[in-house]
Design a protein around this ligand. Structure first.
Ligand code: UGA
Length: 463
């Protein structure tokens, strides 16, 4: 098939590279000429494992091309994916770009080319989409274009695998009187062997949102469970293992810690709460998911402060990890930025490390006062307390005995429940996490019996 992909951000570039890898002729379009020039050299503008290799390989064979002119790209396309941004970058939806894109693109589509929206859409936009495209076509004196929505469920860091081996494919029918959109998308995805679920466009938009809202809910549930575990002397990882054995519950996305970040989960929870309220729908569960998540970041800062003796003014805090999760260089809604700002506001000197150079540079630019280093040991050297923010393998495998000798005090808060508490304890660290040992080691060091209330800490965060 001949495929055009409009918008070469995260979603679009993965779609372009993976459909080329599946044997199709693909043209990627972006308005950013510099991005196009770099892509032609196989340079991907963000870190996604395997993506630059895929881009370079298929660009070299000519199966994947990059152009600036959308009309040229769609001239003989069977399928056109639109993957432009629909977030305003500030917790709100933004449909101006996609509307402008459609106004420019739709008149140029050949008859029978299928238009597929891959961008995540606000639920109140879908009813406008069909009439908008039909109106543009008829206004330009052209025939009706088949329109579908095909939401993506790919995760950063495993996007290629998620695309090429999906759990399921969702086709949302928007305007498809002859069934061309459905049959062409089915032809594209059938070789991947996953169930293909065809549904009305509004359902597809809700399926996309619903999946992310549920994942976010699972994480906030795990974090609330961790609070209970701490209070009653249980270990949340064992509890999750125990409850996750029930296939109705499962183990995934129940890792407690300092909460979720990234461009999808936080935004989509807060945007859904906002859009629902605008339409008179109450969403107390999602509001709680959002609140719990924000609170976890504050609790992480509290734990650093408690370990440091209740005062962070003038203390050196080492932060390990800046990206919102490992194997990406993405800082969008990364908890690290928020945490660093809170620590700086408390008077701490904050020195952070991340394996991704681009993330270090951007974080330093985004958070005035944040210092970054290019080695974890440099960040830990002389630190009064350390906090693990992102569970990069490098930190799990760190020589912690060496870290112990470098730090001014061997105090660590594990914000991802990722480190080996026993090993760190044996090395002489005072170790605090979320719901496994929680503040137990700190209590023991202070001589307080387990479960003793810590005023201002158990009930509410103190930062
Ligand atoms: C998320 C969804 O997982 C994808 O299915 C979806 O396609 C994508 O959004 C999207 O809408 O485009 P992503 O944002 O890449 O993918 O990241 P996740 O792997 O979902 O992680 C989100 C955050 O949750 C991270 O900060 C991670 O550290 C945190 N997390 C994850 C936890 O705190 N606990 C867990 O158990 C799992």
């Amino acid at each position: 098939m001949r495929i055009a992909v409009i918008g070469l951000g995260y979603v679009g570039l993965v779609t372009a590279a993976c459909t080329a890898a599946a044997g199709h002729d693909v043209v990627g379009v972006d308005i950013d000429e510099e991005r196009l020039a770099r892509l032609r050299l196989g340079r991907v503008p963000f870190h996604e494992p395997g993506l630059s290799e895929l881009v370079a390989e298929h660009h070299a064979t000519g199966r994947l091309r990059f152009v600036a002119d959308a009309a040229e790209a769609v001239a003989d396309a069977d399928l056109v994916f639109v993957a432009v941004n629909t977030h305003d970058g500030n917790g709100g939806w933004h449909t101006g770009t996609i509307v402008r894109c459609l106004v420019g693109l739709v008149p140029a589509l050949p008859d029978d080319t299928v238009l597929v929206v891959r961008s995540t859409l606000p639920p109140d936009f879908v009813a406008r989409l069909g009439p908008l495209v039909r109106g543009i076509r008829l206004g330009a004196g052209r025939t009706v274009t088949p329109v579908a929505i095909n939401p993506e469920f790919t995760r950063e860091s495993t996007a290629i695998r998620d695309f090429l081996s999906p759990d399921r494919v969702v086709i949302g029918v928007v305007d498809d009187p002859k069934g061309v959109a459905e049959s062409r998308l089915t032809e594209l995805y059938r070789p991947f062997g996953a169930p293909i679920i065809t549904m009305p466009g509004a359902d597809a938009v809700m399926t996309k949102l619903g999946a992310n809202l549920f994942l976010a809910t699972k994480i906030s549930f795990a974090n609330e469970l961790a609070r209970l575990c701490e209070r009653f002397g249980a270990d949340v990882s064992t509890v999750v293992e125990g409850i996750g054995g029930d296939p109705r519950i499962g183990h995934a996305f129940l890792r407690a810690g300092l909460g979720f970040g990234g461009s999808c989960l936080p935004n989509q929870v807060s945007m859904t709460v906002r859009t629902a309220a605008e339409h008179g729908v109450q969403t107390p569960l999602l509001a709680a998911v959002h609140a719990i998540n924000g609170d976890q970041r504050a609790r992480f800062v509290d734990r650093l402060r408690l370990l440091a003796g209740g005062e962070l003014e003038g203390r050196r805090v080492a932060l390990l990890g800046l990206t919102f999760k490992p194997e990406t260089d993405d800082l969008r809604d990364a908890p690290s930025l928020d945490i660093a700002e809170r620590l700086l506001a408390l008077g701490a000197r904050v020195v952070a490390h991340d394996p991704m150079e681009r993330a270090r540079e951007r974080a330093a630019a985004l958070v005035p006062g944040l210092e970054v280093t290019d080695s974890a040991f440099q960040a830990l050297r002389g630190a009064d307390v350390a906090g693990l923010v992102t569970e990069w393998a490098e930190y799990r495998d760190l020589d912690w005995s060496q870290a112990h000798t470098l730090m001014a005090a061997p105090l660590i808060v594990d914000g991802r429940n990722a480190l080996d508490a026993e090993e760190l304890g044996a090395l002489g660290f005072l170790y605090v996490d979320f719901g496994r040992r929680g503040l137990r080691d700190l209590d023991a060091a202070r001589g307080a019996p387990p479960g003793t209330a810590r005023p201002g800490v158990d009930a509410e965060h103190v930062a």
